[in-house]
Design a protein around this ligand. Structure first.
Ligand code: GLC
Length: 557
């Protein structure tokens, strides 16, 4: 890794789902005080930056992705002054801070939406959102057939007869990005936080801002989505992918917005950077977000959606590196986040399906936790050996599985209600993480907390806590710590290129210079490691130079 390359080309960024990371004030919900108290932990883990899910003032219809005021911190999480203190303290620990920004929609309680409701049909206040008359004789049908990512129609009718668009929950009205005030407001919000020291932003639903001006019905071959483009289709064998012109996802005009944002970031010193949550049909379309005058990086969800299969993973890695490399952008790698089933639970099934952005992942068969952990250990070594940057979702370093048996009475994700109780939603990957002790709240909340954690933690999470794993050389936590330390120190890791070594089917071996090889055995037989001078790190015991199935090793060669 070159010493002069900007930090974001190789950063390991730790995702903090603020509600569930650490509760400083004992109300059962994580907050800024909790994050501040855990900065030494993040430092010892060895991450370069934290991405914090939305912390702005919000009625919490979608846990903060419904923002009522982008310049205020929600009282549940703290204050702007505390956010400033967190940014400063994190910087003192050598950790950069990236908040989430949510430009596609606001909360229905945002001052702009409240003004639009009050002002009525045809008013300039309504032009900042997407209001339309309905179809049918008395306008009783929605303006088009778009569907909400959370289930049901993407339109809600007001008592005055007009409909408004919400690609997510009705409490999240979509903004009209053709409106100059919308553009100016977000540039001003970026400056507000950049001048408070943030190092960048994660852009929520970055591919959704521009809608087809005529708001036509969906193209024929599409189905309701949960997250991501409705139109994505792929034949995993042939790797044939097609971009479908879609009326509200990934429209070309969206890039203009990000060219302007890039200029805003460049006004500030010190390599501020953006990462886009953009779901695109093809790697080429994704690369369009990260051209030199646009955003810096984008999440690479193809890696997260790949099956546990050598051919599939290698194809995803090659496509990503080729397309992003062609525009001079680094790749990023991610295995889990707050929207998807945790990867221990995806991998802990006999069959790990390749999965499409227009589906929610439905696991097949019972969980084999031991298998899931073994593969997750190997996947971590693969991810952290790849060229570019990587994301670690809180709790992944503890090997936490998805909590698949939350009682229905505690489910909070709007998907649960909106799907008519057919989709349990995303709460299972958002359960507060265990820090210490043998019973709930496992150190998540302080002693004597006034409330239980906002989602119940499994009774056996004491054995997965930070305290229980610290110092245990066989634990997931110590594997992540060692991997991150090695990654920092080894000149071959981080930004750069890779070369594949010849291997039998089911085995991946990639070489990086100088002198580093990562081998991952996804076959069902032990594999003899290539010649090496030492094993730098392995996801499990390596005996007689043999790498067992579902294991990975980092070699000095
Ligand atoms: C993004 C977020 C998700 C949120 C949605 C609406 O996909 O990751 O959590 O519900 O946007 O803002």
């Amino acid at each position: 890794m070159s010493g002069t390359a900007p930090w974001w080309r190789s950063a390991v960024i730790y995702q903090i789902y603020i509600r569930s990371f650490a509760d400083g004030n004992g109300d059962g919900v994580g907050d800024i005080a909790g994050i501040r108290s855990r900065l030494p932990y993040l430092k010892s883990l060895g991450v370069d930056a934290i991405w914090i899910n939305p912390w702005y003032k919000s009625p919490m219809a979608d846990h903060g992705y419904d923002v009522a005021d982008f310049r205020e911190i929600d009282p549940l999480f703290g204050t702007v002054a505390e956010a400033e203190e967190l940014i400063e303290e994190a910087h003192r620990h050598g950790i950069r801070v990236i908040p989430d920004i949510v430009p596609n929609h606001t909360s229905d309680r945002h001052a702009w939406f409240q003004a639009a409701l009050a002002a009525g049909p045809g008013s300039p206040e309504r032009e900042r959102y997407v209001f339309r008359p309905g179809r049918g004789p008395d306008g009783a049908e929605p303006p088009n057939d778009w569907v909400s990512c959370f289930g049901g129609p993407a339109w809600t009718r007001l008592p005055d007869g007009e409909w408004y668009l919400h690609l997510f929950a009705p409490e999240q009205p979509d903004l009209n990005w053709e409106h100059p005030e919308v553009r100016a407001e977000f540039e001003s919000v970026l400056r507000f936080w950049f001048s408070r020291g943030v190092d960048g932003f994660r852009i929520d639903v970055a591919h959704g801002l521009i809608k087809h001006p005529e708001l036509p019905d969906l193209p024929p071959r599409t189905e309701p989505a949960v997250l991501g483009p409705l139109s994505r289709r792929e034949d995993a064998e042939e790797r044939v992918r097609q971009h479908v012109d879609h009326p509200h996802w990934d429209r070309d005009e969206v890039h203009e917005i990000y060219r302007a944002w890039r200029k805003v970031a460049d006004e500030f010193p010190g390599d501020r950077s953006f990462v886009a949550e953009a779901w695109a049909d093809t790697p080429e379309r994704l690369a369009a977000y990260v051209r030199r005058d646009g955003l810096h990086t984008a999440f690479n969800f193809d890696f997260l959606m790949a099956s546990w299969d050598a051919k599939d993973l290698r194809a995803v890695i090659d496509d990503s590196l080729a397309m992003l490399g062609a525009v001079g952008a680094p790749a990023t790698w991610v295995l889990s986040n707050h929207d998807v089933m945790r990867h221990v639970s995806r991998y802990g099934r006999r069959t790990v399906k390749r999965w499409l952005a227009n589906e929610r992942y439905e696991p097949e068969g019972p969980l084999d936790l031991e298998l899931g952990i073994r593969r997750a250990r190997a996947a971590a070594l693969l991810m952290l050996a790849l060229p570019g940057g990587a994301y670690v979702y809180q709790g992944e370093e503890l090997g936490l599985p998805e909590v698949e048996d939350l009682p229905e009475s505690v489910l909070q994700d709007p998907i649960w209600e909106r799907s008519g109780h057919t989709d349990r939603g995303r709460d299972g990957c958002r359960v507060p993480i265990p820090w210490s002790g043998q019973s709930a709240p496992f150190g998540f909340s302080p002693e004597g907390a006034s409330a239980a954690p906002w989602l119940p933690q499994p009774a056996d999470w004491g054995e997965r806590s930070v305290e229980a794993q610290t110092g245990d050389e066989t634990s997931m936590l110590e594997l992540y710590r060692r991997a991150l330390r090695t990654r920092r120190e080894h000149p071959a890791l981080g930004d750069g290129t890779l070369a594949w070594l010849d291997t039998p089917a089911g085995v991946l071996a990639l070489r990086r210079e100088p002198g580093f090889v990562c081998v991952v055995n996804l076959s069902s037989e032990a594999y003899r490691l290539p010649d090496h001078t030492s094993v730098l790190l392995a996801s499990g015991p390596v005996e007689d130079g043999l790498l067992a199935p579902d294991q990975a090793a980092w070699l000095a060669v």
